[in-house]
Design a protein around this ligand. Structure first.
Ligand code: PMP
Length: 394
């Protein structure tokens, strides 16, 4: 059970019904307090400072990293703080040594952040980019995956959970194909890590990218986990070097190699605290809570005349991201009306998935309601009731 009292940790919930957590989640008070404590009590740069504030800041930054590692079961490999998922994916695309003809396989389900970096790599390095289309519910034909992930494929980049349709992608099966064919596997965990217990060893991926700001952490935080830290760092400079002479440099090992410049220290500390918060609730509980609300939402919306719900339906094997349209109304108009009529915050439009929208035949996009642990059945009822009213008047 998720205790109802947690809602008071998110003060804006007394003003609005927040159903836009797939874009960014809210941060609870203890996360804000941890960040403020850094500012008030021990603000200093991390790294080589010897004074005591620098030592405390360095230790807390380190602790935050350990916490994230434990959260995704990353006993080995390298875990690097980034500013978001987008930066993490771009670091891999820009950091691998490509050669013409290397094959990269991705899907039409991807967020632009997991599509554009590969398109640019294709345009710059002449890689052979394959984009596999999903079915209308977001699922893939395993034969398509088997066919496209040829022996010699360099990398497969796939989302773990769709930010439009809410379906979970069978990453473990894909990992097996990748292992078999000698391909690296990058998983975009932006929508899965905040909602589903994720262990990198079980997933079998080589890179896992996700955003701290979608899992109760502050904006400006993200993660790149790498099984083997073999990519070129994106940025060189302070903190990333061991030795510099007038003519050259040697880079440090460890995560600092990939974190040149002063990092988002308060952000990382806030993210560490957010993880502590999620762990105290229990990710299994978070998952169950969201599954029940998702079912309620899908069943309620599906029953309304003129409303079309996209994705795999009310299966437990999905996340709490629900896309729908209301006949005769643009998704932006629906989102405006939900705000005006009932203080409900949802997202509308293409959700940074334009090729998917074209593929699904919804060029104007969808309305997307998305959940996190702080939502409750009343939020969902209010959404369903207001959509019914809007659809009735359309
Ligand atoms: N991938 C997916 C599946 C997403 O949902 C998002 C955010 N909507 C991103 C990547 C990009 O995340 P960020 O904006 O934090 O870089």
């Amino acid at each position: 059970m998720i205790p109802a009292e947690i809602r008071s940790d998110f003060p804006v919930l007394s003003e609005v019904i927040y159903l836009d957590s797939a874009a960014t989640s809210l941060s609870p008070e203890p996360v804000l307090a941890a960040m403020l404590e850094y500012e008030h009590v021990y603000r200093a740069n991390t790294g080589r400072g010897v004074h005591r504030l620098a030592q405390v800041a360095t230790q807390k930054y380190w602790d935050a990293r350990q916490r994230v590692k434990r959260f995704i079961g990353a006993e080995s490999g390298e875990l690097v703080f980034t500013k978001n998922t987008t930066e993490a994916i771009n670091m891999v695309a820009l950091g691998l040594p490509w050669k013409k003809g290397d094959r990269v396989v991705t899907t039409l389900l991807e967020h632009h952040s997991n599509l554009l970096p590969w398109m640019r790599t294709r345009d710059r390095h002449g890689i052979d980019l394959r984009i596999i289309p999903p079915g209308p519910d977001g699922a893939f034909d395993p034969a398509d995956l088997e066919r496209e992930i040829t022996p010699g494929t360099r990398l497969v980049a796939v989302t773990h959970a769709s930010n439009v349709l809410g379906n979970l992608v069978p990453v473990r099966e894909i990992a097996e194909i990748c292992r078999d064919r000698g391909a690296l596997l990058l998983v975009d965990g932006a929508q899965s890590v905040p909602h589903v217990p994720v262990r990198v060893e079980e997933l079998g991926c080589d890179f896992l990218c996700f955003s701290g700001h979608k899992m109760l952490g502050p904006t400006g935080t993200g993660i790149l986990w790498m099984r083997r830290p073999e990519i070129e760092p994106l940025l060189l400079g302070g903190g990333a070097v061991e030795q510099v002479t007038g003519s050259g440099y040697t880079l440090v090992g460890g995560p600092a190699r990939y974190e040149g410049g002063t990092p988002n220290i308060a952000g990382a500390i806030g993210l560490g605290r957010a993880i502590g918060y999620l762990e105290a609730l229990g990710m299994g509980e978070v998952r169950r809570h969201e599954q029940a609300l998702t079912r309620q939402m899908i069943e309620g919306l599906t029953g309304i005349d003129g409303v079309t719900v996209y994705g795999p339906g009310a299966t437990p094997d999905r996340i709490g991201v629900v896309s729908f349209t209301v006949q005769g109304l643009h998704p932006h108009d629906v989102a405006h009306l939900l705000d005006e009529e009932a203080d409900i915050m949802v997202r509308s439009g293409h959700h940074c998935c334009m090729p998917l929208m074209t593929h699904l035949g919804v060029p104007d996009g969808t309305v997307r309601a998305s959940l996190h642990c702080y939502n409750n059945a009343d939020d969902v009822e209010k959404l369903i009731g207001t959509v019914r009213m809007i659809a009735g008047g359309a």
